[in-house]
Design a protein around this ligand. Structure first.
Ligand code: PLP
Ligand code: COI
Length: 359
């Protein structure tokens, strides 16, 4: 008896020639170039997850009444495939699967079995292996799920589509690993207790765009959000978590709750502790940030995430002024932690934790 694959291959002629692909991948930027295929899997109340397929990347035909277009039932993940000396690899993909399901729970969406999530991602990376860049680049993977049922009543939809697409990427920030400048927003907050801050849902990002636009207008690369209740505690950036490096081998990062539980954040906490730093997950105020930067107690600060990796924060701007951190450049601890993390991801530093999954 032949077993029907969970993700069937729907053959198609690759639309991109090797020469065209090489040209697209020469300087891909972030999220602008896409690979040839996508994986889709459908969910319905009656059938659960079904009709898994890997096929030509193409537009969706969805009903104008699809629930996602009205009530934003949408969640996503961000992860990368790397080219290592032993072949292609993912970094902690089971953590992305787990987090997607936490987001799904918060948004009243169905969970996807973790092994099916990983199979979908691996299937796409295998079929689009030629799209994984050499050198410093990587193949950014975007698994996502949305409510496809055509229905205008407000309740959890009864049909969903899970999809994975891939995009060869270089550095997230234009300046590469140059320290970035951030804008502390006092107009807008990102998440309130009881809200969706810990979920990776599209709506969080839609709500952050006006604050990010304000940051850009003020010459900054990213926005920093303060907590919604007191407008005092540093939470995170628009698309990254944040760390503060003190002068006494202590590293501070805001606690989980209303922020996204970053996989890079968790990995850095572990690597920093192993390198002899004391990592404190605690509330850290904007007032404290300014005072510590001024007194020199704060040596470095950095942002981290899958897309951005680890980016030093050199300058902080806000409505009433600005301040520099350390020498305004990439700090020593920041670059030490980055070298370690990137080394593990790319297979040049020993993986002591079983974080790297070969494809
Ligand atoms: N915080 C936000 C709001 C994000 O969008 C991201 C990126 O995914 C992160 C933090 C970092 O998460 P991770 O390290 O899992 O990519
Ligand atoms: C990621 O790091 O994967 C994100 O989703 C953040 C976004 C800024 C691209």
């Amino acid at each position: 008896m032949t077993v029907k694959p969970r993700i069937a291959l729907i053959p198609h002629a690759s639309p991109t020639s090797p020469a065209a692909r090489a040209a697209l991948m020469e300087n891909p930027g972030f999220g602008k170039v896409f690979s040839d295929h996508m994986v889709t899997i459908t969910w319905s109340v009656e059938r659960g997850w079904h009709d898994g397929a890997v096929k030509a990347r193409a537009p969706f035909a969805i009903d104008p009444a699809a629930a996602v277009l009205h009530y934003a039932q949408e969640i996503f993940e961000g992860m990368k495939a790397y080219r290592t000396k032993d072949g292609l690899a993912l970094f902690r993909p089971e953590e992305n699967a787990r987090r997607l399901n936490l987001s799904a729970e918060r948004m009243a969406m169905p969970p996807i079995p973790e092994d099916l999530f990983i199979e979908a991602v691996e299937t796409l990376v295998r079929i689009d292996a030629d799209w994984v860049p050499e050198g410093d680049g990587s193949l950014y993977l975007r698994p996502f799920m949305f409510a496809s049922e055509a229905f205008l009543g407000v309740r959890p939809a009864s049909e969903y589509i899970f999809c994975v697409i891939a995009s060869p990427v270089g550095a997230y920030f234009k300046g590469g690993y140059k320290a970035v400048t951030v804008w502390v927003s006092d107009d807008y907050t990102r998440a309130a207790p009881g809200g969706t801050g810990a979920a990776k849902c599209g709506g969080n990002y839609a709500a952050s765009l006006i604050a990010q636009a304000e940051a850009t207008r003020n010459g900054c690369d990213q926005v920093v959000f303060l907590d919604a209740a007191e407008r005092r505690w540093i939470e995170e950036l628009g698309g990254m978590n944040v760390f503060f490096v003190m002068d006494d081998k202590r590293i501070v990062t805001p606690p989980l709750g209303t922020i996204l539980p970053g996989i890079t954040r968790a990995s850095i906490m572990k690597l920093a502790a192993e390198a002899g730093y004391t990592v404190e997950e605690r509330l850290y105020g904007f007032d404290e940030w300014q005072a510590d930067a001024k007194s020199g107690k704060l040596r470095e600060a950095f942002a981290c995430g899958t897309a951005a990796v680890i980016a030093g924060i050199g300058t902080v701007k806000f409505r009433d002024g600005s301040f520099a951190i350390g020498n305004s450049g990439d700090g020593e601890v920041t670059s030490q932690l980055r070298a370690k993390l990137v080394g593990v991801q790319r297979g040049t530093v020993k993986d002591d934790h079983g974080w790297v999954r070969k494809i």
